[in-house]
Design a protein around this ligand. Structure first.
Ligand SMILES: [Zn+2]
Length: 339
């Protein structure tokens, strides 16, 4: 049943404005392409609820001071559109929560966050509350990130420049487990798997570490740039591995193919540039000029010829590497079939 506060607000002409830090961040997320809701729906789940929460301009749950009418002091951040390349709600929620815990001024206004750290509409769902100490409890508020603000910070300017998407995308400086310590050096080796794919590996086996925050820990990052070969027989080549240990490596053939593709693209770009330059010089000549255009054209052709030779040499090198890889894979397969 709607509260008297709801009817008073209705008689008042339904005014509302969003708390400054929430609007600063929410509007920024909208510009990126997220859908963000501020004012609650006009039904018994929000505005007409018996206990109006922070999506209501007349919330009954203000903290640490009574709710300042007619502020809306909450937002719902919906999942990014598929294929947008935007950080998931898991990455975004983890970043904002980590910033809150670390005392980042951009998140000082947060009262609590409801979110799902593993996936949308699945896995655990939490309320991480700061009133003022951090307490995590189970929540059923799924499918989005809900954030509520402190009532004493509705005019707070400290989040005006806070950009959680940029912070998620910023390069991480912490080192991954694969590159930590002194013991990782000098163990690179090539191995072929059952399909003939040749991998450059460091010979280390690792127990995959769970990533409950869904934000990607050091191991998840290492796995994404190295590739995980799993432990299906592959690990056996490094001795008998403990159960559930994985080995990671680089698909060498795949990397070579990527380099080749870049050479082809660079070559095409060079040709296009030379053609344009030559056309420009010929146009100048046609218009009459004192520049020695013949010398310039000769020099361009010379450089182009040198570049072609370099590219041809690079391609030959790659072809040789491919042959060696194939031979290595063959030898590997043979040695595996011998008793
Ligand atoms: Zn909400």
């Amino acid at each position: 049943m709607a509260t008297s506060a709801y009817w008073a607000w209705d008689r008042d002409g339904r005014p509302w404005k969003v708390a400054r830090p929430i609007k600063a961040i929410g509007d920024r997320l909208r510009r990126y392409g997220y859908t963000v809701y501020y004012l609650g729906s006009d039904d018994t789940s929000h505005l007409q609820a018996a206990r109006p929460l922070d999506h209501c301009p007349f919330s009954a749950t203000g903290w640490p001071v009574p709710h300042p009418y007619p502020y809306v002091n909450a937002m719902d951040i919906m999942p990014p559109p598929a294929g947008s390349g935007l950080p998931s709600l898991q990455a975004l929620g983890a970043q904002m929560l980590a910033d809150k815990k670390a005392g980042h001024p951009g998140m000082a206004w947060l009262k609590y966050q409801n979110w799902e750290p593993v996936r949308d509409n699945g896995g655990p769902c939490y309320q991480d509350s700061f009133k003022p100490n951090h307490v995590q409890t189970a929540s059923t508020d799924r499918g989005h990130i809900h954030q509520s603000g402190r009532t004493d910070l509705v005019a707070y300017a400290g989040a005006d420049d806070y950009d959680p998407v940029a912070r998620v995308r910023a390069p991480r400086t912490e080192s991954a487990p694969t590159t930590e310590g002194e013991d990782d050096m000098g163990r690179q080796m090539m191995v072929a798997d059952a399909t003939g794919t040749v991998w450059l590996v460091d010979g280390l086996t690792r127990v995959p570490v769970a990533d409950p925050a869904g934000a990607g820990n050091g191991q998840a990052h290492a796995e994404s740039y190295l590739g995980n070969l799993g432990n299906g027989g592959q690990v056996g080549r490094f001795g008998t591995p403990p159960t559930a240990m994985d080995v990671w490596g680089i698909d060498v053939g795949g990397r070579l193919a990527a380099i080749e593709a870049r050479i082809v693209a660079a070559e095409a770009a060079d040709t296009a540039r030379d053609t344009a330059t030559l056309a420009a010089i010929r146009a100048l000549t046609a218009g009459g000029t004192s520049v020695d255009t013949a010398a310039v054209i000769n020099r361009i052709n010379e450089v182009a010829a040198t570049e072609s030779t370099t590219v041809a040499a690079l391609r030959a090198d790659i072809a040789t590497l491919r042959q060696r890889l194939a031979a290595a894979a063959q030898a590997e397969a043979t040695s595996l079939t011998q008793p």
